[in-house]
Design a protein around this ligand. Structure first.
Ligand code: SAM
Length: 329
């Protein structure tokens, strides 16, 4: 098991398949993009599947989420998903994506056993999308979500980051859109993980503000308080349910005490937290011939060192040098 010194057990593995992305969302990276990892440093599909297999078969991982960067840019994605869903015990397998290309890939992904998909969408306005993501791809994202829904990857979950004076007036229309389409919306507080280090506490639209914006339009009742467990989203029944909306208050309502996540970067580093400043290298020992047992032992030792919390409120907090796109959200 991947147990840390506070007794938390990591069962939810987030794997970044690439640090590259075809959008440039302002809360994530600059318009000119970043220096991408050289190909030789990226784990190959076989290396990814080997590490995921060790996680599932030896270390108690029960959920695998592929992310990035943009995971749909990884050519071997369908193969990687199929090989993951073939593992026993069978993990839950999901994908976090910006949706561009999903209209083509939703069906093959569903056929390869993918269970769920989270698609990021921050606005319903094409011009705002262009301003926020520096690319004119709004229509592709909406098409991709519909394709995922049609392929049976339901409910499509939608991730939204609200930014002050850019899209924060869209909380209500975004929720209405998701309710109409049968998608489940989750608002995420903006975190200090952008490559430009432009985050500010004042600029962040907090969980309280999000709920204040939704409340005049919807009747929101807290859902499954007992069952929240390690889920990052606080969920609310909308107008009595069954539809729900989630709010992920990573900064103002941290949930580190119940965290069950561990991350693997596209270049094979184990990270215990989005905000970790330490990583543990699995790629080098793997390429130097380490056995599965040795890799599992390194991974276990890495998770044992997990810190109590993300520490954003500590005076000594330092933003990690890796931006979100290179960690895997
Ligand atoms: N490209 C994929 C996508 O767009 O979903 C996967 C990677 S992206 C880093 C994963 C999620 O992280 C997206 O929902 C994105 O909105 C969110 N994200 C990126 N930077 C963030 C930040 N600074 N604060 C909060 N969420 C962020």
């Amino acid at each position: 098991m991947l147990r840390d010194s506070f007794g938390r057990v990591a069962t939810d593995l987030r794997v970044s398949l690439t640090d590259k992305c075809n959008l440039r969302c302002t809360y994530c990276m600059p318009p000119e993009g970043l220096d991408w990892l050289p190909n030789a440093q990226l784990l190959t599909a076989d290396e990814i599947v080997r590490l995921v297999t060790i996680g599932v078969e030896r270390l108690g991982v029960t959920e695998v989420r592929y992310t990035g960067g943009e995971p749909l840019l990884r050519r071997e994605l369908v193969e990687i998903v199929a090989r993951t869903t073939a593992l026993r015990p069978r993990p839950q397998v999901s994908l976090t994506t910006n949706g561009i290309g999903l209209s083509r890939l939703a069906r093959p992904l569903a056929e390869s056993g993918l269970d769920r998909v989270n698609v990021s969408l921050d606005t319903l306005d094409r011009d705002t999308f262009k301003r926020l993501a520096h690319r004119d791809r709004f229509a592709d994202v909406v098409e991709g979500m519909a394709a995922a829904h049609d392929a049976g990857l339901r409910p499509v979950k939608v991730n939204t980051v609200l930014m002050r004076d850019i899209n924060d007036h869209e909380a209500v229309p975004l929720l209405r859109f998701c309710l109409d389409q049968g998608y489940e919306l989750r608002f995420i507080e903006q975190m200090p993980l952008d490559a430009q280090h432009g985050w500010s506490r004042e600029g962040m639209v907090t969980a309280d503000e999000i709920l204040d914006r939704l409340s005049p339009a919807f009747d929101l009742t807290p859902d499954d308080l007992e069952e929240r467990g390690s889920a990052p989203a606080e969920r609310f029944l909308v107008d009595g349910g069954p539809a729900r909306v989630g709010v992920i208050g990573s900064v103002t309502r941290p949930f580190c005490g119940a965290c069950d996540r561990v991350r693997l970067t596209a270049d094979g580093q184990v990270r215990n937290c989005l905000f970790a400043t330490e990583e543990s290298d699995l790629k080098t020992p793997m390429r130097d011939g380490a056995t599965d047992e040795e890799l599992a032992a390194r991974w276990t030792a890495a998770v044992a060192r997990k810190r109590a919390g993300h520490g954003i409120d500590d005076p000594s907090f330092l933003q990690p040098s890796r931006p979100m796109s290179a960690i895997g959200g």
